[in-house]
Design a protein around this ligand. Sequence first.
Ligand code: NAD
Length: 506
Amino acid sequence: MNAATGSPPRPQFPVVDRVTSLIAGQRTSAPGGHEIPVICPATETVVSRLREADAQEVDAAVRAAREAFDRGPWPRMTIDDRKDVLYRIRDVMRANAQELAYLECLNTGLPLARIRDHIARAARNFEFFAEVASTLKGETYTGLKGFLTYVTREPKGVGALIAPWNAPLALASMRVATCIAFGNTCVLKPSEYTPLSMLRMVELFHEAGLPPGVVNLVNGRGSVTGTALVSHPGIDMVGFTGGTHTGAAIMSAAGRHLKPCILELGGKSANIVHPSANLERALDGALGGIYSNNGQQCLAGSRILVHRSIADEFIGRFVERAQRIRIGDPLEDTTELGPLAYRDHLERVLSYVEVARSEGAELLTGGRRAPGFAKGYYMEPTAVLAKSNAARVCQDEIFGPFATFLVYDSLDEAIAIANDSPFGLVAYVWAEDLNVVMRASREIRAGTIWVNTTLVRELRAPFGGYKQSGVGRDGATASVEFFTEQKTTTIPIDPAPLPQFGRQTR
Ligand code: NAD
């Protein structure tokens, strides 16, 4: 696509006219219904239309998932057979990576190079959770004299899986893989803004041999399709990745039916740069932490806390580099920053420039729509220096290429600022002084601490947030806990005495 002129993208792969639901392996074709344009954020052109699933269609999808769970082969398959299918999904995703990447790029505006990493991750998710499922272990207890008790794990049922728009392939694949690997079935609802790659992904699952009904797809707005799905009585659990307010609404809806939830929510993560740090690496880490993924990532190091002794130099060099970031066509391999995902979101992110000004923050760089683009939701890499952590630019998740700097004087102060947030998803610490590293990593209340590195996702380890950044964890052990039920079976080794009701002679 020509980002400068906004001319429509040159199609590299076919794009469907209508994004519909996909239920029991079949795309739905019901006429009518509410339609939503699917827009390419780089050119502002309509590239497809989404036909929204209403409550009736959601019901059909849940029934298909229920049927596949209650009577279908998936939960009853040997784990080796299930693993074969999950491995084939991995292979099919890799084989179709270019098409998936194109669709995701067209619809999200994320730079292609970044999406390639997401697809590698997505494919790996299926392989990884196939391994986890195939090594599930039970427990046995013989402590009760004369009895053998064993504990098995069983799939939990039908999952409602709801995904956001900021990295659909990476995040929806995580939700789906953790759910189905253990024999569950699901209904996936992607964001109404970014359904294109999701439809193709679910089609590919079926091309890989996934039995119909195991993964069903419904599309539409959260207020219509999402609420119908979460509150459907056929759902056994809810997996959600998205904003904190939505997560709270979903958890209350699910709570009314006592459905367990795993929630991966927002963040406003601190990125502490200590004077003992390797400042070259800290600079790379700070820029990558906020500007990768077009700044739209839950993990963003969006509050950069710099020690006063190095602040001028560090901030100066950050600004210089931020101004050299290549903004442009996300389909170009050289692009570092693409457009934001949709118009309202761009306007929301830009509105924080005014918020910053009104709070007395200093605009260090950026703050405008990127010049030179006739079309597209492009924004300059932006950075502000806030006066205090109480400012909204320090407390709110802005979710764009918008860095907020704060200057600190002592490690105690930096840790206190890091913790003074409603969120607690991740934190970054740049320091060569081991005591600083150990203290900061122990005292910061966040689910993941990255020391002298950024955005490394160890799938085996738990991932999730403290405070309003989430409930529960993804990961080898945590996903087993959430997506399986434990069943305890007790059997006497020898016939054990039983109560003798009604045997006594009068
Ligand atoms: P969002 O909360 O607006 O929407 C997420 C999904 O929820 C969409 O599919 C939407 O249609 C659906 N939805 C909205 N209201 C609903 C309702 N009442 N019932 C059911 N579904 C509903 O989030 P977003 O704007 O798409 O994504 C950005 C947010 O996601 C950011 O806050 C970001 O930090 C967060 N996020 C978190 C993680 C993580 O792992 N912690 C990862 C990525 C994104």
